[in-house]
Design a binder for this molecule. Structure first.
Ligand code: 5GP
Ligand code: MN
Length: 340
């Protein structure tokens, strides 16, 4: 975002506007944290008429974040959400890079005449926004919201609600400050958010230490299913719909499980394949260490994308066939995987 862009956005926001904020489908901590953080800021800065509209439901461990109760869900409140989108002056699109990432919201967003402002850190963004703050080096969209508020000269408006929201997304998208996208600037911002009232202990507890017994049993099942392909320095996990049902699966229960594969000594590529009979797909999450790009792997083979070290994708084959396909493409990556 250029200085001129910031000046223009500041001018647009200087009068009261109808604003909609949208994250990607299956929102994660960064998606919910950034949309609600921006929501609180826009309310506080000029009492704009603001709504956060998510494409669909999100994990239970995010449902305590300040402003959670105001969130509208497009899949269950479609008409009300479409009306707000059609009536909006401004639509902020956060934590995604192409309208199709919002699932069924794609067409109503694409048709909207509102000013679009994209704030996002994914690779290869589409060109739909009048104002674009796109930076793949950023740890999280939440960090970018902090920078955005800073560029508008408003960090004095950051209160404990905004600080809490932004802390959540920075924490979850950096794997609790361990991924290489975590910089000294990230830590400086985190320090400021704590000063503004983010309770780091409570946030970590709410996100990571609220497991149900069934969720831990599901994790046990996933770890039993873990397989290693040593020559490709790869580990993968499968979870069938029957297994999910057996352990009383709830949205969010599989979040983070893929990282156990990557925690194996010597492994640089990890995958999880999760059967979703409702959607008729196998949902794929890929994680890597070093320079191996799972974004490229997912774009090439699994209709997805994301970041160098974390990407998502899908397959319309059966769970078994999807795993067969994954194993069959690994040899072509062996050189890159063994160079890590
Ligand atoms: P997850 O495996 O947690 O679903 O996704 C990992 C990362 O990749 C997240 O940042 C997510 O937003 C991104 N991602 C997941 N699926 C897709 C996709 O289909 N396309 C793109 N561009 N990014 C994705
Ligand atoms: Mn993100």
């Amino acid at each position: 975002m250029t200085k001129q862009d910031i000046k223009a956005v500041k001018h647009i926001l200087s009068t009261k506007k109808k604003i909609v904020i949208v994250p990607h489908k299956n929102p994660d901590g960064d998606a919910i944290g950034s949309t609600l953080g921006l929501f609180h800021y826009l309310l506080k800065s000029n009492n704009h008429k603001v709504h956060v509209i998510v494409p669909n439901d999100y994990p239970f461990f995010l449902k305590w974040i300040p402003g959670n109760d105001t969130i509208l869900k497009h899949d269950s409140q479609t008409k009300a959400c479409d009306d707000l989108i059609n009536d909006a002056d401004i639509i902020f699109t956060l934590d995604f890079n192409a309208f199709h990432r919002t699932g069924n919201m794609e067409s109503v967003l694409a048709k909207s005449n509102a000013i679009k402002i994209m704030i996002d850190h994914h690779q290869a963004p589409d060109d739909y926004a009048q104002y674009m703050f796109s930076d793949v080096s950023m740890s999280s969209t939440c960090q970018m919201i902090y920078h955005f508020i800073d560029m508008l000269g408003d960090t004095n408006l950051i209160d404990s609600d905004i600080a809490t929201c932004l802390y959540v997304g920075i924490m979850t998208d950096t794997g609790s400050f361990r991924f290489s996208s975590t910089t000294s600037t990230t830590h400086t911002i985190i320090a400021k958010l704590i000063e503004k009232g983010a309770n780091n202990t409570a946030i970590h507890n709410n996100i990571y230490d609220t497991n149900s017994y069934a969720r831990l049993q599901l994790l046990g099942c996933a770890l039993t299913n873990l397989r290693v392909v040593p020559e490709s320095r790869t580990a993968y996990i499968t979870l069938s719909q029957d297994e999910l049902q057996k352990y009383d699966y709830k949205k969010g229960d599989t979040e983070g499980i893929v990282n156990y594969g990557l925690s194996l000594d010597g492994v640089v590529l990890a995958a999880i394949f999760i059967e979703d009979r409702n959607e008729g797909i196998i949902k794929i999450s890929l994680r890597s260490k070093g320079n191996f790009s799972v974004n490229e792997m997912s774009r090439a083979h699994f209709e997805g994308g994301g970041h160098t070290n974390a990407a998502g994708g899908k397959s319309y084959l059966s769970l078994e066939k999807t795993v067969e396909k994954f194993i069959s493409i690994l040899p072509s990556y062996n050189k890159a995987l063994n160079d890590e």
